[in-house]
Design a protein around this ligand. Structure first.
Ligand code: ADP
Ligand code: MG
Length: 852
């Protein structure tokens, strides 16, 4: 039931601002920022930290105080990196939480505005609609069929009805809705009585901010690989120490050699790289107006094979305009510029279409109808501002029609206005078959032009006892209204891009088949493909549905629960499904999809909470952008991994070979740290920032079970790295032979190693481009990283104190140019490997192709 709407204009903006300052934001105290102590605890358990400390201890025992101090200095580098990493992740999560937190529709200074829930203050007038999380404790002053799920406060799972009631606080709970609860049906309007900690939610101290943190296959895989490599590395390190000790009898130095190797091979950077790529990926997406609520989903996006998208609002603009009116053989087209004369025949039709809409409409369709009414019926007696709403029968899943019951001041009867899907309206009017047929024909004609068509009917009701169902009114059919909702301008291009990328786009709508088909054609969807209606779908069993999916791209007159079945059926076929949704009833389907996508602007809080992605601009092309980023992240991760594998080959080789051949040690902890802590992290930045390959959206999606570390990646990395190892050995042997100095030979091989790293990154930036072409594409980070690496190397070589720590001696200039030449030679080798593998990848064996 409703009470007459209070016309309060809401708080003035200034007043609201003052209260916000004085009473604080409407939020619960977040968990405390992490203390320094907990950060310290985390750092202490880093393997790198432990290795550093032990190595430092050994240097102390050996009496090399300087080396010990240097390692200590690196401890701070480790701490710094961990700290920055943590802060960054935490801050980006905070930002996401903010953006995905409930928002509220408030009346401020007489205008309705959507604001973040945290900015609500006591006294604000809030409008509530189906699917909203109630943003604060609110006393209702107007409500219509309002049902609220209070389970999170009371544990009671059945929704409870709420009515605007007497204002005295004694009878409160029935007329008050509480912060954190969920509107499952109806609409309401009320005044905020408590915010933040003072609200019901604040009192029980629960927090809603729960960001999904499931791990994806890739994270699981990384964890497995890290564990495996770490164990293998430690075994190798132990063997090396043992061999050293047995061969040379110096057990302390043996231990040091072993630990150095362990430091080099423990792949602790991999999880860091993954976190960095996904985190930065989410950040990049947010700049494209796509929010990742579940960060790992970003990466799964790249594997998406099916995009199930809503028609209205996602493929179309959701800005509707009334274009056609039809009543029994007369048709009227509404022109853009407004019409001079609006024929009498259509007055009743439009009048009742307006009466069947909300006065303060949320729905774009109702907005369009109200606007048309105001324009065309302006000087007539058909706009009834003095009528009051008595009751309404909302749209339901079973009946795609809604009625509103009105009382006029000068009549005793009630007037009932209904509008809805033409079939539903015809059903309400109990028409005969011939009449039904005529209407259906007309609907098909109007819908074929892409118009959304709705029917309108009226009834008069004498008694005061309103019936349970709309069916019990005696409706008279008035006519049809056709509304235009054009396809978004960028949709056809985005759909073409999907098609080229081997991604299927499936349209889902509650609209009429003919409208759906026409919009599909305009959008460039394979409109010749099959079409299925919700009722048809309901009759099929799972197996039949799965086979029908093959050729069906359009689903119309679908109800939300059908969406869930569709997701399940697609998943059963081995597809990776992204599904868009906005309503309360879409939540289960969004949860069931691999990637649930909610609409930020028109989506309900429930849908956003169930989704892993939120499109702030609601449009299809930002979803395609997200897929593109997903592919880019996966591709760049693989590049980074090739690099990581390739650098480790020479490091491991240079640690082991000297022990076997009885040379002095080449690599020491300082060298490893230089590479691992300074060069490597900057490299992941380079790969993360690398632009997408030109044809990344021209291939099929990767299979969801495709590994990050597959044979191709390993082979590429190992080949590139082995070449580098051979080169380094040659440089080492040659320069040692030339100068008879271990220090110069060590400096030479380290120089070649660092410079080759730059070459290795340069080559792996793109696997598609040949060496001198497309890699010229700018990558700011690459330039910085190259400068940093070369600069630091120069400092180490040229500063005698630091050089001594690294056990270096400065090679003569002529030799240094040999080092540079060798690094160039190495780069040529990396490129040779890349182009060789590119040629092979160009025609992959048939088993690698996805079966469709
Ligand atoms: P879509 O998937 O295109 O958003 P909906 O599920 O919102 O479609 O709507 C399905 C059908 O229900 C519409 O084609 C229309 O006939 C009817 N309908 C939707 N909203 C309203 C409304 N506010 N009043 C009357 N009928 C409506
Ligand atoms: Mg809709």
């Amino acid at each position: 039931m409703s009470t007459p709407p209070g016309q309060a204009p809401g708080l003035a903006e200034e007043e609201a601002g003052r209260r916000l300052r004085e009473e604080g934001p409407n939020e619960l105290p977040a968990s405390r920022p992490r203390s320094l102590l907990s950060l310290l605890r985390q750092v202490v358990f880093e393997p790198m930290f432990l290795l550093l400390v032990v190595c430092g201890g050994i240097y102390m025992m050996l009496g090399d105080r300087r080396e010990a101090l240097m390692l200590l200095a690196f401890v701070f580098v480790v701490m710094g990196i961990t700290f920055v990493q943590e802060r960054r992740t935490e801050r980006s999560l905070d930002a996401l939480r903010d953006l995905s937190s409930p928002r509220a529709l408030v009346l401020r200074s007489g205008r309705a505005r959507r604001i973040p829930g945290r900015e609500l203050v006591r006294g604000d007038i809030v409008l509530l609609a189906e699917g909203d999380r109630v943003p604060a404790d609110i006393r209702l002053c107007e409500s219509s069929n309002l049902m609220v799920d209070e389970s999170m406060l009371t544990g009671e799972s059945a929704p409870v009805a709420k009515h605007a009631g007497a204002p005295e606080p004694a009878a409160a709970t029935d007329s008050e809705v509480f912060s954190g609860t969920l509107v499952t049906q109806g609409t309401g309007r009320g005044e905020v009585v408590a915010t933040g900690e003072l609200s019901a939610l604040g009192k029980i101290g629960k927090s809603l901010a729960a960001l999904g943190s499931e791990s994806t296959p890739i994270q699981a895989e990384t964890r497995r690989i890290v564990k495996f490599v770490a164990l293998a590395g430690m075994a190798l390190a132990a063997l090396l120490a043992l061999a050293y000790g047995l061969l040379r009898g110096d057990w302390l130095r043996a231990l040091l050699a072993g630990l150095t190797l362990a430091m080099a091979v423990i792949p602790e950077e991999l999880p860091v790289v993954l976190t960095l790529f996904l985190g930065l990926g989410a950040w990049r997406l947010s700049r494209e107006n796509v929010l990742a609520r579940n960060i790992p989903a970003v990466e799964l996006l790249g594997a998406t094979t099916v995009l199930c998208v809503d028609k209205t609002g996602t493929l179309t603009t959701n800005h509707m305009v009334v274009r056609k009116l039809w009543c029994e053989d007369a048709e009227y087209s509404v022109a853009d510029a407004g019409n001079a004369l609006f024929p009498e025949t259509f007055h009743g039709l439009l009048e009742y279409a307006v009466l069947a809409s909300h006065r303060r409409a949320f729905d774009p369709m109702e907005t369009a109808i109200t606007e048309a009414g105001q324009a065309l019926l302006a000087d007539t007696e058909h706009l009834h501002r003095d009528w009051t709403l008595v009751d309404d029968y909302p749209l339901s899943r079973q009946m795609l029609a809604m009625s509103r019951v009105w009382q006029s001041p000068d009549m005793s009867e009630r007037m009932i206005a209904a509008k809805g899907a033409p079939e539903a309206i015809a059903d309400l009017c109990h028409l005969d078959a011939a009449h039904n047929g005529r209407i259906a024909e007309q609907v098909a004609r109007m819908a074929a032009g892409g118009l959304r068509v709705i029917g309108v009917a009226r009834a008069v009701f004498e008694s005061h006892e309103l019936p349970e169902s709309q069916h019990d009114f005696d409706f008279r059919f008035l006519g049809l209204v056709g509304l235009e909702d054009p396809v978004r301008a960028d949709v056809p291009a985005a759909i073409a891009e999907c098609r080229a990328a081997g991604i299927r786009v499936v349209m889902i709508t509650g609209d009429h088949p003919a409208t759906a088909q026409s919009i599909a054609r305009q959008a460039g969807l394979s409109a010749n493909g099959g079409l299925m209606t919700g009722p048809e779908l309901a009759l099929l069993d799972d197996e039949a549905l799965e086979t029908r999916l093959e050729q069906t791209d359009i689903f119309c007159r679908v109800r939300p629960e059908h969406k869930l079945r569709l997701v399940r059926a697609f998943r059963a076929r081995g597809e990776v499904v992204a599904m868009t949704g906005d309503g309360v009833n879409d939540a289960p389907a969004l949860k069931a999809a691999h990637i649930g996508v909610a609409m930020g602007a028109r989506g309900t809080d429930v849908a956003r909470e169930a989704a892993s992605l939120v499109l702030l601009k609601d449009d299809f092309s930002s979803l395609v952008t997200a897929v593109r980023y997903g592919r880019r992240i996966f591709a760049n991760l693989r590049k980074a991994i090739v690099f990581v594998v390739a650098v480790h080959v020479p490091i491991v080789g240079l640690s082991i070979l000297p022990v076997i051949f009885g040379w002095p040690l080449v690599l020491m902890p300082a060298h490893i740290l230089f590479l691992q802590l300074i060069i490597d992290p900057s490299c992941s930045l380079v790969f993360e920032a690398e632009e997408q390959e030109q044809d990344a959206m021209r291939g099929k999606p990767r299979r969801p079970d495709d590994r990050l570390f597959d044979r191709a990646v390993l082979a590429r990395g190992l080949l590139q790295g082995s070449g580098l190892l051979v080169l380094l050995c040659a440089v080492y042997a040659w320069s040692r032979h030339e100068t008879l100095s271990d220090e110069i030979a060590r400096a030479m091989s380290f120089t070649v190693l660092v410079l080759s790293n730059i070459g290795l990154i340069y080559v792996n930036r793109s696997w598609d481009a040949s060496l001198w072409q497309a890699r010229r594409r700018a990558n700011r980070y690459f330039n910085w990283m190259a400068l940093l690496a070369a600069g630091l190397l120069a400092i180490v070589l040229a500063t005698p104190e630091i050089a001594r720590l690294f056990s270096f001696a400065l090679p003569p200039v002529g030799m240094l140019s040999v080092a540079i030449g060798s690094a160039l030679l190495g780069t040529l080798w990396f490129d040779a490997v890349t182009s060789q593998m590119r040629r092979r990848a160009a025609d992959p064996p048939a088993v690698h192709r996805r079966k469709r």
